[in-house]
Design a binder for this molecule. Sequence first.
Ligand SMILES: *[C@@H]1O[C@H](CO)[C@@H](O)[C@H](O)[C@H]1NC(C)=O
Ligand SMILES: *[C@@H]1O[C@H](CO)[C@@H](O)[C@H](O)[C@H]1NC(C)=O
Length: 433
Amino acid sequence: MAKFTHHHNHRHSPWKKLALVALLASFVGAILIADSFYASSSSSSPAYLSLASNWARQKPEIVVLPNVPPYREEAEKKLEETEQKKGPHRARILSDTFADIPAPDWQWEELPAAPVPRLDGAAIQIKNLLYVFAGFGTLDWVHSHVDVFNFTDNTWSDKFDMPKDMANSHLGMASDGRYIYAISGQYGPQCRGPVSHTFVLDTKTKEWSKMPPLPAPRYAPATQLWRGRLHVMGGSRENRHTPGVDHWSLAVKDGKPLEREWRTEVPIPRGGPHRSCIVVDDRLFVIGGQEGDFMAKPGSPIFKCSRRHEVVYGDVYMLDKEMKWTTLPPMPKPNSHIEFSWVIVNNSIIITGGTTEKHPETNRMMLVGEVFQFHLDTMKWSVIGKLPYRIKTAIAGFWDGYLYFTSGQRDRGPDNPQPKKVVGDMWRTKLSL
Ligand SMILES: *[C@@H]1O[C@H](CO)[C@@H](O)[C@H](O)[C@H]1NC(C)=O
Ligand SMILES: *[C@@H]1O[C@H](CO)[C@@H](O)[C@H](O)[C@H]1NC(C)=O
């Protein structure tokens, strides 16, 4: 495949090469079946015990460029300088772990695992309780209940049902500290269609109510409660693959809609699912994500998932009260599947794990095992630590000085960042920023 070696036209060739990689990848991607989306959780993979092993040994060599100026220009310049330094005849052998960013090892403590393994679930933390919703147990088995973890005694202390017609994965979700709003998402297993159904849960009474449906269904839209309105934006469109850029909002108060219909808002600059969406200090942030996703195989009666071309990005967008989008510095690497992988601690956003750009030679999906911090005072990113393994759609929480994460799909081992087992494991580490 494309080798990043000597070239004649220095000024343009990095772009030609990247374009070639992207083109090849899109062909290969289009014919790959869902080999890395889910690997049987029953297959015996030895438990990965060596938590302190320094699994990130190499600096990333392939740079996936942010889509937005001025960060794109900066990244282009940096890439060109690196190319020049390396000289013309450099051979390239790209290890599977090339995208891991070196980071400090952290000591992690394993706590009781969730009652079920869970991929693409949703979650909200309210004080010392973590409500974990829905998700795939396997690609053919989806959950329709809520598991609750109590951070005070570190136990899974409660379990209750979701409405039967609520989506089972790829939900948008936000909370005001009592009511939890659950928006749209995928209904059923494999790569089935989405529903626009929208619900609200009163966590005090554990009662569910219906809300006005989203104008169109979306997979994994960025969702937050901000200035009295529920905002839903991006996600994937009805075919699961095409990025949506629509942005809708609905006035809500104490678990009740104040309007009958969703209002159309300023579209998000870049569409797609699986992003972190966070409100802090009266600003709304949308972080990372991807364009494209697995789709149902045409004609498949079980809507069998098949892999399509995806572009993962690390873009960061901020919406201020004038409803204008600002572009902020991108994540240290492209990152997706982080919709419930974040917490806010000490005026910073902490993000755990995710998925990054596929391997440029093998085309395999690659998971992320770093913990990132976005400093809200300086708007700068840093990589602050490592998880015990790489994992996507991890669910994060923060309580009493500890960073927690549970669930998701983990890697195949320290040297293999491809996705494998869907887990319900729960871990925590003392955070010191
Ligand atoms: C959480 O655990 C603490 C300590 O055991 C207990 O006092 C509290 O009632 C629990 N909360 C819930 C909602 O179960
Ligand atoms: C947050 O900041 C406070 C005050 O500086 C500090 O005591 C605390 O340890 C910090 N929290 C973490 C998790 O680092």
